[in-house]
Design a protein around this ligand. Structure first.
Ligand code: ASP
Length: 439
């Protein structure tokens, strides 16, 4: 079978005509790159506007009865520049006029935002000489706006089966009533993954403006190493903890069918980037850990009661209180006579009193304390399983750095070790763990 690669290019990769040229070169380097999913033009420089933001602004201003013509002119000029500089044939003026009229007639926010990808897809298809496959024909949501993966897969597979190189704009699709609906922000990543699944691609390449994932946040660790390969499960742990390059929902369509994703840099196409795959060998040359990520501002609600372990339903009652308040919990480390429930500080704030009252009512604890401003840091690595002593190393690195460990939790997958520390120790902990395992 012929090799097929689906490529998705982010907003900065397609921000102007120079970037369009780079994209074309990348596509021409490998004939297997037959499908492109573009985002809307992003920022060309710091402080520049993203087209999607401008489109949302037009919609807001229209709804508020304000004059949005100037904003729309900015959008039109960005596309006109690209079309003129690349000498494209597409009738852009007509398209822009139609969109202007629709916005003026009160089109939905989703419709307005989706035009960023729609127009960029049209221009790119024209520039490449490829077919433009409007996402409205191949990406479906149900009436409630939930993505319909099975219908999408069947229809998209059929429409792309002829093997013609195609451009499918990212971010949006259509609801049963024919109205345009979008994914959440950054959703072109999801469209790319959906196309990869439908055409049974060998690889899903996600082209952006960084050369893959870094082992730690560069604002905390100076020059962190790049991650050359990571499993979907590891990535899930890291992105849950706040590391983000890829839209989280973008992993599922490809993960499910075992298609590897590669994060590549449009501005440095020689760089191999980061490979994300279902399974990966644990090579002896790998560092023990794959990455570190964390988030600040959690609260820990600790409930203590002697003989709690023998009291049937104790944990359920505690959790029920959080459920009643609509707060989901992140972790729940427990001791013999205590349970701690870790929740987002922001989510807890408006319900504090009610939570304390209800837990006291339902469980009659010996003590109930809330500890705020705690960070949770996950050290993730598939190689940790075979490496005994990883937790010991991690804890002694933290103790050498003078960090007080308030909580430790190792998932049963042994893929990550999670520690809780005071927010003030957040950066110090990440630095200490990084230098212990990476150097
Ligand atoms: N253009 C959309 C956004 O800015 C979708 C995307 O770029 O993936 O969120």
């Amino acid at each position: 079978m012929k090799k097929k690669i689906v490529t998705k290019f982010g907003g900065s990769s397609l921000a102007d005509s120079g970037q369009f040229r780079k994209v074309k070169e990348i596509l021409e380097m490998d004939p297997a790159r037959m499908y492109v999913v573009p985002s809307a033009p992003g920022r060309r420089f710091d402080g520049d506007d993203k087209i999607t933001d401008l489109l949302y602004r037009c919609h807001r201003m229209q709804a508020a009865g304000e004059d949005w013509q100037e904003t729309f002119d900015l959008i039109a000029a960005r596309y006109m520049d690209i079309a003129e500089e690349l000498e494209l044939k597409v009738n852009l003026r007509e398209e822009l006029e139609r969109i202007r009229e629709k916005i003026a007639a009160g089109a939905s926010a989703d419709y307005c935002a989706s035009r960023g990808e729609y127009l960029n897809g049209m221009l790119l298809a024209d520039f490449l000489g490829w077919r433009f496959m409007d996402a409205e024909k191949v990406v479906f949501f149900n009436a409630e706006g939930v993505f319909d993966s099975e219908k999408t897969n069947v229809v998209m597979m059929a429409l792309l089966a002829d093997g013609l190189p195609s451009v499918v704009p990212g971010f949006y699709g259509v609801k049963p009533d024919g109205s345009v609906h979008t994914f959440s922000r950054g959703g072109s990543d999801i469209t790319g993954a959906i196309v990869a699944r439908a055409v049974k691609a060998d690889t899903y390449e996600n082209w952006t403006d960084v050369s893959g994932f870094l082992m730690a946040d560069p604002r905390i660790v100076r020059n962190p190493r790049e991650i050359s390969a990571i499993t979907y499960a590891e990535l899930r742990e890291l992105s849950y903890m706040g590391a983000s390059v890829l839209h989280e929902d973008a992993m599922f369509p490809v993960h499910k069918v075992g298609i590897p994703t590669i994060i590549r840099n449009t501005n440095n196409p020689e760089h191999p980037g980061t490979l994300i795959s279902l399974t990966l060998p644990v090579e002896p040359t790998l560092p023990t850990i794959t990455g570190i990520a964390g988030r600040k501002d959690f609260s820990v609600v600790a409930v203590e009661k002697a003989m709690m372990n023998a009291e049937l339903g104790f944990g359920r009652k505690v959790l029920q209180v959080f459920e009643e308040a609509g707060i989901s919990f992140e972790h729940m480390p427990s001791g013999i006579d205590s349970i701690s429930v870790v929740v987002s500080g922001e989510a807890l704030a408006p319900h504090r009193e009610e939570i304390v009252r209800r837990i006291a009512e339902l469980t009659q604890p010996d003590s109930l304390t809330i500890h705020d401003h705690m960070s949770i840091i996950a050290t993730v690595g598939r190689a940790m399983v075979n490496n005994c002593g990883t937790a010991a190393r991690l804890l002694s690195a933290m103790s050498r750095a003078g960090v007080n460990v308030r909580m430790i939790d190792q998932g049963s997958s042994e893929l990550s070790i999670i520690v809780g520390v005071d927010d003030a120790d957040f950066e110090k902990t990440i630095q200490a763990v990084y230098s212990e395992f990476v150097g």
